[in-house]
Design a binder for this molecule. Structure first.
Ligand SMILES: C[S@@+](CC[C@H](N)C(=O)[O-])C[C@H]1O[C@@H](n2cnc3c(N)ncnc32)[C@H](O)[C@@H]1O
Length: 281
């Protein structure tokens, strides 16, 4: 792999997905792109990278960008953001959302385990909140992940990671070697492709936003841009969940942490009041 090709790849990934390919991450190039090179008929990864630099093949650019994303996720990942939703966020919103509709956006939903965890949890609390309807949107840049999310099909390994056994029995059925989520849970989520670097206006007003384990891949300026767009979409009394290794501190004052609630943020209305007004956002 020539340094020129590697540099071009890094610049392309930053521009297309925000991913920063630091020098400590170059080992990922070979492992993630070898299958792409094989599938696309290149002799090796070096040949794929040269082609990427010298031809403007949009389809190949997208395939490579998608392959370089990290899609690690599992049901009820980190547990706390789901416990906090149940103990604090849902009771608060249930009081104020008189229509009963609560809008939730999982902004980097990967293969769907995060939004499906919320839908299963809500279904388990149906008797407690008969009036409440969670309107859940799951988005991701990766079509490959969204296809899997939409299928609702998971391997034995995937259903054994984080999912309580009672939920597996209640909401999944075995289909050959795989486990399929019940239509009721699958139908509770709308999935669509969305790049967080783009204008996010089409997502509309949200009550709760889960944006977990994606900002870690971006540089400071991109994190700031994404978080400020998210702040524009979040209801003034809404909630933002970030991943365990992520924060808004030192990036933007659009949000403030909720005391005693790790990873949970609310809008910083004091900062909004002093910020210059931006019309049309
Ligand atoms: C590590 S997964 C996190 C999944 C889930 N939120 C969780 O915490 O378990 C990160 C996801 O972010 C997606 N992603 C990366 N860059 C993105 C971008 N610019 N726009 C939207 N999604 C992106 C990846 O495709 C990947 O599925």
């Amino acid at each position: 792999m020539s340094p020129e090709d590697t540099e071009h790849l890094a610049a392309m990934l930053k521009q297309r997905s925000g991913l920063i390919l630091g020098s400590d991450k170059t080992y990922l190039i070979e492992s993630r792109l070898a299958p792409v090179a094989r599938r696309e008929g290149f002799a090796n990864v070096a040949a794929l990278l040269t082609s990427l630099r010298t031809r403007r093949d949009e389809k190949l650019i997208y395939t490579v960008t998608d392959a370089m994303t990290t899609n690690e996720t599992f049901f009820f990942r980190d547990k706390t953001p789901f416990d906090q939703f149940k103990s604090d966020v849902l009771p608060a919103l249930a009081k104020t959302r008189l229509s009963g509709d609560i809008k939730i956006w999982c902004a980097a939903a990967s293969t769907g385990q995060e939004p499906y965890s919320l839908a299963m949890m809500m279904e388990d609390m149906r008797h407690q909140y008969p009036r409440i309807n969670l309107d859940i949107l799951g988005t991701d840049i990766s079509e490959r992940c969204l296809e899997k999310a939409q299928s609702g099909l998971y391997t034995q390994f995937e259903v054994q990671r984080g999912l309580p056994i009672q939920m597996m029995v209640k909401y999944f059925e075995k289909v050959d070697e795989m486990w399929r989520l019940s239509p009721k849970i699958r139908q509770a989520i709308r999935f669509r492709k969305l790049n967080l670097l783009d204008n996010l206006h089409s997502v509309g007003r949200q009550d709760v936003i889960y944006c977990r384990n994606v900002l870690i891949y971006f540089d400071l300026e991109t994190k700031k841009r994404v978080l400020e767009q998210i702040a524009n979409l979040l209801a003034d009394d809404g909630y933002l969940f970030l991943g365990a290794a992520e924060t808004v501190l030192g990036i933007t004052d659009a949000f403030k942490p909720m005391t005693g609630m790790r990873g949970l943020y609310v809008k910083n209305t004091a900062a909004a009041a002093t910020a210059p007004r931006r019309f049309g956002t």
